[in-house]
Write a protein that binds this ligand. Structure first.
Ligand SMILES: Nc1ncnc2c1ncn2[C@@H]1O[C@H](COP(=O)(O)OP(=O)(O)O)[C@@H](O)[C@H]1O
Ligand SMILES: O=C(O)C1=C[C@@H](OP(=O)(O)O)[C@@H](O)[C@H](O)C1
Ligand SMILES: [Mg+2]
Length: 182
């Protein structure tokens, strides 16, 4: 499996709350890869929280930082990368993501809402109706997420370890089909 991947980075994309950060760490352990979360890198580089970046600099500035971080991360290999849910919004980011294997974690809105209802660290969900906000964001992003190499659907009762295992099991199928296309 690790041979098949040829040190390619694995990028997890998907809506807030799908478990990119949690599952990304497990994927890294399985693959004996390093782990990186683009939000963590932004937080460290900016010296403030994601909430503070949004509040003080705005979403556009956050998206610029996100693109900068991704452009630097894609120069490395053997990384499992948890991205922020909006990374797919910028076309330029796809040229970086496609240096590696892009995995879309896809979970029902109810699951995302249950996980994030009490969370205050997602500025885009600090809204009068966070569930509706999740629906709107997901609807607007669906077509972009579907550009990922691998689509992993998550049900409400799957543990992070089960999701990681599902990804690890599915990866060879995409790599094989890529090879036969070339
Ligand atoms: N498979 C899962 N089952 C239950 N809770 C989960 C699962 N994956 C993630 N979580 C929880 O959901 C919340 C959001 O997970 P996180 O990894 O931060 O998602 P993301 O990075 O996609 O926004 C966290 O509290 C995390 O512990
Ligand atoms: O979906 C989004 O636009 C965002 C998702 C967040 O990351 P997670 O997907 O890890 O929650 C974080 O990057 C920021 O709050 C914006
Ligand atoms: Mg995350």
């Amino acid at each position: 499996m690790t041979d098949l991947l040829q040190d390619l980075n694995v990028y997890l994309v998907g809506m807030m709350g799908t478990g990119k950060t949690t599952v990304g760490r497990l994927i890294a352990q399985h693959l004996q890869y390093g782990f990186l979360d683009t939000d963590d890198v932004i937080t460290k580089a900016a010296g403030k929280t994601i909430n503070e970046v949004f509040a003080e600099n705005g979403e556009e500035a956050f998206r610029n930082l996100e693109s900068d971080v991704l452009s630097q991360v894609c120069a490395y290999t053997k990384l499992a990368v948890a991205t922020g849910g909006g990374i797919i919004l910028r076309r330029r980011n796809w040229s970086y993501l496609h240096h590696g294997l892009v995995v879309w974690l896809d979970a029902p809105i109810d699951v995302l809402y249950d996980r994030l209802a009490a969370d205050t660290t997602r500025p885009l969900l600090q809204d009068a109706d966070p569930k509706e906000k999740l629906r709107t964001l997901a609807a607007g992003r669906q077509a972009l997420y579907s550009e990922a190499d691998l689509h992993i659907t998550i049900t409400h009762d799957e543990t992070p370890e089960q999701v990681a295992q599902k990804i690890i099991t599915a990866i060879p199928s995409v790599l094989k089909s890529n090879i036969s296309l070339n």
